[in-house]
Design a protein. Structure first.
Length: 266
């Protein structure tokens, strides 16, 4: 309050974003200690969350219905988790590929989610202007395809939960070698950050899994600099990536605690 001025009441923009309660005291998300380290401790060798989405869970089936409703009515604000009780919100660890149909959505609200990854299909949300996964503390990275959203100008992200964040520079997971020939289509998300990779993050062409080029890159997307996972079809697509901003690792990299990052900035 300014000296001599009247007190001002600020609205809580997240008042409704936490969703509705349930009849039982169920936590709507799991705890995460991936980026926790003690004073003067060496950087941890972090890894991807290995959770697989249970596509038979009631929360997932409910979410599919909500996406279809939003696509049908052309709504501009999509806040699906507010429609789920806590036990169902906890079951959602990614979003369905069908979010690509949400071409009219301008504001995506994922406040306080249990998400550990987002699908590359988010890049098809051509009207998306505001992206709010705030306090989604298990969401440590984003797909490179988020850069395809041409209208995206505003984001609210819990940056301390991100790999490579400027406040204390946690490391990026070390990326695994490409899957060998003959591997089934389902990938292990704890190694590759996804259960399947079908299209190149850069050119959108098909990906031959044994020749998959995975790299990390930090880029400004809307309001924040985000750690982005790139699934490229070739070395040429990796070389076509843009230059990261000052204060972050200057080139695409493969992760691991040995990657030298700029100093922390509190």
């Amino acid at each position: 309050m300014e000296q001599g001025g009247e007190p001002r009441l600020f609205s809580n923009r997240w008042a409704a974003a936490g969703g509705r309660g349930g009849d039982t005291p169920v936590r709507p998300r799991d705890s995460c200690a991936c980026l926790v380290r003690g004073p003067d401790a060496a950087p941890p060798d972090v890894g991807f969350h290995a959770d697989r989405q249970d596509t038979s869970a009631p929360g997932w089936l409910h979410l599919l219905e909500l996406v279809e409703e939003a696509a049908a009515d052309g709504r501009e604000v999509f806040s699906p988790l507010t429609e789920l009780p806590p036990e169902e919100r906890r079951q959602i660890i990614t979003l369905p590929a069908s979010i690509a149909r949400l071409r009219a959505v301008r504001h995506l609200v994922l406040y306080g989610s249990n998400l550990v990854r987002l699908p590359p299909e988010i890049g098809a949300m051509e009207s998306l202007a505001e992206f709010d996964p705030y306090t989604s503390y298990r969401l440590h990275w984003m797909p490179y395809e988020l850069t395809r959203c041409p209208a995206l100008t505003r984001s609210t992200v819990s940056t301390r939960a991100l790999y490579g964040n400027f406040k204390f520079r946690p490391p990026f997971p070390r990326l695994a070698p490409p899957p060998p020939e003959g591997r089934p289509g389902e990938l292990y998300p704890g190694a590759w950050g996804a259960q399947a990779v079908t299209a190149c993050s850069v050119c959108a062409g098909p990906v031959d899994l044994p020749r998959l080029h995975q790299v990390w890159i930090s880029l400004r997307v809307a309001t924040d600099v985000l750690p982005l996972l790139v699934n490229a079809c070739s070395r040429g697509c990796v070389e076509a990536l843009p230059t990261p901003p000052d204060g972050y690792v200057a080139t695409p990299h493969r992760g691991g605690p040995e990657v030298v990052q700029p100093a922390e900035r509190w």
